[in-house]
Design a protein around this ligand. Structure first.
Ligand code: NAP
Length: 357
């Protein structure tokens, strides 16, 4: 593919969202280099003309704009701050833009470190889901001023349609977490409604149509409830990522002694879904918690896993975890970087491990 821009773009993390976003960057004629932990997920982009790099640093080297859209705060930390991370590899004056939903505190740390090495780094989580990524209509939530973002606006406009400037490093992530706690409660809200509809022997689609015609409607019900009703639990937006987002929000609130009862309830429910085998299902699979056990099993869940262990299957060794069950910590143990709780450390407030929240 011939490129029509002199701006060189790198993109790290070509998963559900990243691959769709990269498609728009390529379509707009940018020279694009990609890296993903699992190379297969980048093959389609390479076939369309993207260059492959063997590491985040190799991708970042020489790029004018580097996007990251990985899974968890620990992934972001590795990609940016490791000794072979992109902060050290990026050329002076480059823009490093994190699209991951991650920790506000980490975003501030990365911003501060970027000033030392003379690059521009800002948080820019997105909303709009897989559909918005594919359509190129995402909403971008920036922890930067309009003036800071202006030089890179053309490339952002290839996949974003609405732009919110929250001016301060980390503020984009905080605003995104506000969106996520609202989203999580909306999913719980429509899941409750559909369970009540079933109890009353009502037609679920008719009840959803009613809800969508009035004040009970939500974007979550619009996007996800039809999939719940149809039994389509493919992600979209993985339950484990929503659990991570709610945990980050609840953790930040707890640090300031603010209660978020809606988010705490949603966390318990999404954590349960993740523990019993649903972490890589779409968030709409929450309705399976209300279903007959046989239906949940048919969909791939296993209630016997609840509280049986960690569920991450990656060596989580905390209390109540046997290494194969479910806190979603990504297997790094119960130390200071406990990302499922927003990295607030061991013990106190360790909601994902069922310690006192
Ligand atoms: P995803 O499909 O899991 O994509 C994340 C990608 O990042 C994966 O392909 C993963 O590699 C890669 N990755 C993780 N750590 C890496 C590392 N250290 N180096 C290189 N690549 C790495 O998830 P997603 O749905 O695209 O979501 C990505 C982020 O956006 C999450 O923070 C999520 O909360 C947020 N988000 C998602 C949506 C949505 O609707 N899906 C909407 C808004 C925001 P592997 O292929 O090896 O796993």
């Amino acid at each position: 593919m011939s490129t029509t821009h002199t701006t060189k773009v790198a993109f790290i993390g070509t998963g559900i969202m990243g691959s769709a976003i990269c498609g728009h960057i390529l379509d707009a004629g940018y020279d694009l280099t990609v890296y993903n932990r699992t190379k297969e997920k980048a093959e389609g982009l390479i076939a369309r003309g993207a260059h492959w790099a063997d590491s985040p640093a190799a991708a970042a080297k020489g790029a004018d704009v580097v996007f990251t859209m990985v899974g968890y705060p620990t992934d972001v930390e590795d990609v940016y701050l490791a000794s072979d991370g992109i902060l050290r590899a990026a050329k002076k004056g480059a823009y490093l833009i994190d699209l991951t939903t991650s920790s506000p505190e980490l975003a501030r740390d990365i911003h501060d470190a970027s000033e030392v090495v003379d690059v521009h780094a800002f948080d820019c989580p997105v909303t709009g889901g897989q559909t918005g990524a594919e359509a190129g209509t995402l909403t971008l939530i920036m922890g930067a001023t309009e003036a800071t973002v202006a030089p890179v606006l053309p490339v952002l406009q290839t996949f974003g349609k609405k732009f919110f400037y929250f001016d301060q490093p980390g503020a984009g992530q905080t605003a995104k977490l506000c969106n996520q706690v609202s989203l999580a409660s909306c999913i719980v809200g429509y899941a409750d409604a559909l369970a009540l509809a079933e109890l009353g022997h009502l037609d679920a689609e008719q009840v959803l149509e009613l809800i969508m015609s009035g004040t009970g409607r939500s974007g979550a019900a619009e996007s996800y409830a039809p999939k719940s009703i149809a039994g389509d639990y493919k992600p979209g937006f993985m339950a484990e990522h929503l659990r991570k987002d709610i945990a980050l929000a609840v953790s930040a609130a707890q640090d300031a002694e603010l209660a978020l009862p809606g988010a705490e309830t949603a966390f318990t429910l999404f954590d349960t879904l993740c523990q019993i085998g649903g972490k890589r299902m779409g968030g709409q699979a929450l309705t399976l918690l209300y279903a007959e056990e046989g239906d949940a099993v048919a969909a791939g869940l296993d209630w016997s896993l609840l509280d049986a262990g960690c569920g991450c299957g990656e060596g989580c060794d905390g209390e109540g975890c046997d290494g194969e069950g479910g806190c979603g910590c990504g297997g790094h143990g119960h130390g200071e970087d406990h990302e499922c709780c927003g990295g607030h450390g061991d013990g106190e407030g360790h909601c994902c491990c069922h310690e006192e929240a």
